[in-house]
Write a protein that binds this ligand. Structure first.
Ligand code: IDP
Ligand code: MG
Length: 152
C-alpha cells in the first residue's frame, strides 16, 4: 500500500492542451497512475476566476499573459483523488519550464512553452481546497471505488 493520506487536487488542462487535443493524453497519464477522477468538465474561465486562481502571481511580469492565456479558450478542469495525490500529480506534471522539465513528465514530453505548459496542478492542501472551490460545487464531486486502485 503506498504511503500518504488520500488527497484531492485540482488539475486544469490549460487552453493550449485543449486546443492541441491533449485532454485524453493528459488525463490518461493520471488515470494510469490509478488516480481517481472525482469531478471533470470543460469550462470557460472568466477573468475574475483567473485572477483569483492565479492571485499569488499578481504583479509578476508573466501575470497578464497568464491571465490572457487561461481565459483564451476553455480549460478541462478535473479533481483527482488518491494517496498523496497533490505531490504525485505535481511529479507527473513536471517542472514549470518545459525546456527543463524531465522526460517522462507531461510538460517534459509535450509542452511547448512556459505559459502554455499544458497543465495546472495544485501545489498544497490549502491551494487544492481553494482551487477546487473555484471550479466545482460540492455536488459535482463524486465518490466511487476504483478497481485495482494502488493510489485509492
Ligand atoms: P506551476 O504551474 O508549475 O505551479 P507557477 O510558478 O505557479 O508554476 O506559475 C503558474 C503558471 O504561470 C505556470 O504554470 C506558467 O503557465 C506561468 N509562468 C510561471 N513562470 C513563468 C515565466 O517565467 N514566464 C511565463 N510564464 C510563467
Ligand atoms: Mg503553481
Amino acid at each position: 500500500m503506498p504511503e500518504g493520506t488520500v488527497e484531492r487536487t485540482l488539475v486544469l488542462v490549460k487552453p493550449d492542451g485543449v486546443r492541441r487535443g491533449l485532454v485524453g493524453e493528459i488525463l490518461g497519464r493520471l488515470e494510469r497512475k490509478q488516480l481517481r477522477i472525482v469531478a471533470a468538465k470543460l469550462t470557460a474561465v472568466s477573468t475574475s476566476t483567473a485572477e483569483s486562481h492565479y492571485g499569488e502571481h499578481k504583479g509578476k511580469p508573466f501575470y497578464p499573459g497568464l491571465v490572457t492565456h487561461i481565459t483564451s479558450a476553455p480549460v478541462f478542469a478535473a479533481v483527482l483523488e488518491g494517496r498523496s495525490a497533490i505531490s504525485v500529480v505535481r511529479a507527473i506534471t513536471g517542472a514549470t519550464n518545459p525546456q527543463t522539465a524531465a522526460p517522462g513528465t507531461i510538460r517534459g514530453d509535450l509542452a511547448l512553452g512556459v505559459t502554455p505548459n499544458l497543465i495546472h496542478a495544485s501545489d498544497s492542501p490549502a491551494s487544492a481546497e481553494r482551487e477546487m472551490a473555484l471550479f466545482f460545487q460540492p455536488s459535482e464531486l463524486h465518490e466511487y471505488a476504483r478497481t485495482g486502485a494502488e493510489y485509492a
